[in-house]
Design a protein around this ligand. Structure first.
Ligand SMILES: Cc1ncc(COP(=O)(O)O)c(C=O)c1O
Length: 359
């Protein structure tokens, strides 16, 4: 069939974002929370929804949600921007500060949607390399920024898919480089990490930290993310995002979830403890290299062909993410930390998959 109209020339070579789903018993491939939201949260959410004026557009400024988030984070409401998942936050940042004739810098290997959304918004992508331990090299990053003059610099910390957490000194180094660029720290997994760039956010700094409800808050299905940044950035984002983009149901959910903060902290502690347990078990397996992680997942390289090991895990009903054919991640797989039973099933399946593989 001949399409009657062609997409933009610069989108022709673009492939969609794919994270294959398979029908298996143990799904540890998309970094979601293994826990459902607390029953009390769902009851209260549905109760509030019953009384919400659904014939009216939602609060365009998401005032109640942003105020509650501000109290939770110790930030003024004016420094908060909420959207449908942190992906929409990233897209709004790129629509506002990227676009034709502008560049976004990022350090590979990293979250694929940084470059994908950049390209969709017509922003040129500039790639910096990470060090062998997957951390960002501040000197190399400074040189890249000075040479390429991007308007946005993405740093993912903890980095997806490697789990690497950047020190504050690296973020500060990127902010100090001469130039007019926004440093965007994607902290989708920030709650699982020992440190955050949140406390570096100030009105006189071009720094934005992006977070999500999809992981810790067990709300991936509801699509809610937010940015914490200087008021002059937040004001611009509000101009660019579509009016009434954030449904009332999402705004209510985001506010109510914060009232269950203790329960969520407890989940974080359980997942971090599980992460360390699984990391130790992987490290003890012959022929497996596991990378340090500050997130709710682990990147590891099993002996032999990574894709074959991935298939053997799938054959045993365990789905992890296959990065084995990705540049810079040859042979690597990524496992999301699940419930203790799911994690046990994964380790047992990997042990079986490794039997007879030469190390
Ligand atoms: C680093 C990173 N940023 C952003 C996102 C998007 O999350 P959300 O569900 O909030 O759109 C993800 C999702 O996996 C992620 O890994």
């Amino acid at each position: 069939m001949n399409p009657l109209v062609a997409p933009r020339d610069d989108l022709r070579s673009l492939e969609g974002y794919h994270s294959p789903q398979l029908d298996v018993a143990v799904r540890l491939n998309t970094n979601e929370s293994p826990f459902e939201p607390p029953a009390e949260f769902v009851d209260r959410w549905v109760d509030e929804l019953r009384h919400a004026p659904l014939n009216r557009y939602p609060d365009r400024a998401a005032r109640d949600l942003r105020e509650a988030l501000g109290r939770h984070l110790g930030q003024p409401t004016e420094r908060l921007f909420c959207a449908n998942g942190s992906n929409e936050v990233l897209q709004t940042l790129l629509l506002t500060y990227g676009g034709p004739g502008r560049r976004a810098a990022m350090f590979e290997p990293t979250y694929a949607l940084h470059s994908h959304i950049a390209r969709i918004t017509g922003t040129e992508v500039v790639i910096g390399e990470r060090r062998a331990d997957f951390s960002v090299d501040p000197d190399a990053a400074r040189a890249l920024i000075a040479e390429q003059a991007p308007t946005i610099v993405f740093v993912c910390s903890p980095n997806n898919p490697t789990g690497t957490v950047e020190p504050a000194a690296t973020i500060e180094a990127l902010l100090e480089v001469e130039g007019r660029h926004l440093v965007v720290v994607d902290e989708a997994y920030g709650e699982f990490a020992p440190r955050s760039a949140l406390e570096l956010v100030r009105d006189d700094r071009a720094l934005v930290v992006v977070r999500t409800y999809s992981k810790v808050w067990s709300m991936a299905a509801l699509r809610l993310g937010f940015a914490v940044g200087p008021t002059w950035v937040i004001d611009e984002l509000e101009k660019v995002v579509l009016p009434y983009h954030l449904a009332s149901a999402t705004q209510i959910a985001g506010r109510l979830a914060l009232e269950l903060g203790d329960e969520m902290s407890d989940r974080v502690h359980r997942l971090v403890a599980e992460r360390e347990r699984v990391a130790a078990e992987l490290a003890a397996l012959e022929g497996v290299t596991v990378h340090p992680s500050g997130a709710n997942f682990l990147l590891f390289r099993p002996a032999g062909d990574g894709h074959e090991r991935w298939q053997q895990l799938v054959d045993q009903g365990v789905l992890v993410r296959d990065f084995s054919r990705w540049p810079r991640l040859e042979g690597c797989l990524r496992v999301t930390i699940g419930t203790p039973d799911e994690n046990d099933a994964f380790v047992a399946a990997l042990r079986t998959a490794l039997q007879g593989v030469a190390v």
